[in-house]
Design a protein around this ligand. Structure first.
Ligand code: NAD
Length: 355
């Protein structure tokens, strides 16, 4: 365990439980809001309309134009709409893309965000925002974008297709796994990370049998909350760097890319972060395996994606991806070595077991 650390984390109010959307009006009142603007993607407009109708005159309407990576144009339009309608609160109902749009509004107008996550991405627990302009996603940290209130209602995740649930869940596990060896890690975050991985692994295996199992959905959402909290409070390393590179420069899908890369990134750090690896193995109930292999086996069992080739990357992109990932690396417990990263990407490309 680290003997020296700083624990200084901002908090959101969290309401958790199946059916907890029923407390929305109370939570809006506690924020002192009278005119909430409900944000969503075009695919989730029905849910957003329902949420807007719960609030009656305390809702100024639905803005259903959230899209992946928060293009600056949609951020500007959302801000204009919020200003025109005199919104005093943004309700983000959906995944990381919708929460991201709420953050883009909060950044400019200091509006409180109430997040209602319907995936396991974890953005609602972080002060990190991203806005894409001319194809380049700029990210930053600002305490104003951290949602003031988060309502986790597992019933709202029942509609998330199984395949997306699995990759989204592994995406969350990746936050916790890297949080376990973060340079600024601390024992409290490690406890939360281990518990988050455990809950998600158990929940995802149950979901595989029955995607409408509300107990499994609750376990997954609980795990996602903890993993998102870790992401928001400690630094990420090679795994996240590789995923940001593959998503940002090669347009690979966010959660499936995390799923393919995770076992390989963990294998890369296996010898440099033994305590983290022990925690991952314990969380997965896999003491006789390596942490990387245990994750690979979990993804195989869940029938998640295993190769970058299947996600649409071409082999000729691997050299370029290595260059980009190495140009501005994040801190990592093991020094970043070009040939080893190129080999890691080759293995991930082909869907080989990690080594
Ligand atoms: P997403 O928000 O892009 O959602 C993907 C699709 O799933 C959308 O069409 C959405 O409407 C739909 N969907 C969401 N929940 C659903 C449900 N319950 N039922 C049916 N359909 C549903 O996907 P995501 O993986 O949640 O978010 C990815 C984005 O979030 C990326 O851009 C990533 O960079 C960002 N992110 C940011 C942070 C941060 O801290 N800033 C953290 C994690 C992810």
């Amino acid at each position: 365990m680290k003997n020296e650390f700083i624990y200084d984390v901002p908090q959101s109010r969290v309401i958790f439980g199946a059916g907890s959307i029923q407390y929305l009006q109370r939570e809006i009142d506690l924020l002192g809001a009278k005119k909430a603007l409900v944000l969503c993607t075009p695919e989730q407009v029905e849910l957003a309309e329902k949420i807007s109708s719960i609030l009656g005159e305390n809702s100024v309407g639905v803005f259903a134009k959230a899209v992946m990576h928060v293009p600056v144009e949609s951020a500007k339009e959302a801000r204009d709409v919020a200003q025109k309608l005199g919104a005093d609160c943004a309700i983000a109902v959906g995944g990381g893309s919708t929460t991201g749009l709420g953050k883009a509004i909060a950044l400019e107008y200091d509006l409180p965000i109430l997040a209602i996550p319907t995936t396991y991405a974890g953005s609602e627990m972080t002060p990190v925002y991203g806005i894409t302009e001319n194809g380049i996603k700029k990210t930053g940290k600002d305490p104003r974008v951290l949602p003031k209130t988060v309502i986790y209602d597992p019933e709202l995740t029942l509609s998330l297709p199984l395949e997306m649930s699995i990759t989204s869940g592994i995406n969350a596990i990746a936050h916790a796994a890297e949080g376990l060896y973060a340079q600024n890690g601390n024992p409290i975050m490690s406890l939360l990370a281990e518990e988050g991985i455990r809950a998600l692994a158990e929940g995802l295996k149950k979901l595989k049998n029955d995607s409408l199992d509300i107990e499994a959905r609750s376990l997954c959402l609980y795990g996602a909350w903890l993993c998102g909290y870790v992401l928001g409070n400690v630094g990420m390393a090679i795994h996240h760097k590789l995923c940001h590179t593959l998503g940002g420069s090669f347009n690979l899908p966010h959660a499936p890319t995390h799923t393919v890369i995770l076992p390989h990134a963990i294998a890369y750090n296996e010898e440099s972060a033994p305590e983290a690896m022990n925690r991952i193995k314990r969380a997965l109930g896999a003491n006789d395996s390596t942490a990387a292999n245990a994750l690979f086996e979990l993804i195989k069992t869940l029938e998640g994606p295993l190769s970058l080739k299947d996600l649409g990357l071409t082999e000729s992109d691997l050299d370029k991806a290595t260059e980009i990932a190495l140009a501005n690396p994040y801190w990592n417990p093991k020094p970043i070595e070009k040939n080893a990263i190129r080999t890691l990407l080759q293995n991930a490309y082909e869907g080989n077991p990690p080594n």
